[in-house]
Design a protein around this ligand. Sequence first.
Ligand SMILES: N[C@@H](CCC(=O)N[C@@H](CS)C(=O)NCC(=O)O)C(=O)O
Length: 272
Amino acid sequence: MLDARGLLAQAAIAGGNVRIGLKDATWIARGVKAPSNAAMVEKACRMLDDPGVERMGPGAPARHWVFERTTHMLTLFHSPGSCSNGILYLLNDLDLPHRVHVVDILKGDQRQPDYRALNPKGKVPALRLEDGTVLTEFPVIAFWIAQSGAWPGDPLAQARTLELLDFMVASVHMRGFTFVKVPGKFVSDPDAQAALYAHGRDQVDQGLAILSETLGDKDYLQGDFTIADAALIYLLDWAEMDGIAIADNLAACHARLRARPAYAASAAHWTR
Ligand SMILES: N[C@@H](CCC(=O)N[C@@H](CS)C(=O)NCC(=O)O)C(=O)O
């Protein structure tokens, strides 16, 4: 009869995924038979309680538990349809091997203690690097990813990329779309909500006009594809979703971004 304890730890340390249940082993401690699957799983959870090993939940109901080794792999904490779509897109565009951990913000996953322990800000995106370091804030994550490409060589172009990212995330998204999408999160009075929506809508319209002007007749915001376009794609998706008209050149750029392989590669996690 198999004592799984040593094997579990070794498999996880070696980078493997782990499954445990009575089907796999019988002994829970030296000379002690496991009384149930639940006891086995609980013991395995205690043994593998390590930031590099993530619980993936039960396989067949109450039969076994699957753990996934996450150290040495980029992990995107992502809510489909949110701004973290842009980071998902970038990871796929640059072919960076990664796994996606869904944090459903509409269900409130971002406020759960497990996620708060990882990102106290309770927002997506967050990117856990191979060594366990966690990065937050869209522009920063995009900048880190850009070291693998999509980053112009010229310092002024680099500054312009950051300028665009900051404008899109901090202004068009946070000061615009946030109030268009969820005014009720900030004020309860219907008139105040309408005023907040109008303010947000104005910010979005102004922002999209500036982005259209910046784009001009180029293929992407800066000519060649850069990390700035990863913010543009989620904003343009949101405009479409909220029935906000966009200029023809932005629509053409949106189509171009959707034609890149990264869009199809992101499909499984793009919408809820
Ligand atoms: N400043 C943050 C903004 C991120 C953000 O607002 N994320 C939204 C999704 S688009 C979120 O996590 N919302 C959940 C909440 O506010 O509870 C960044 O640049 O990453």
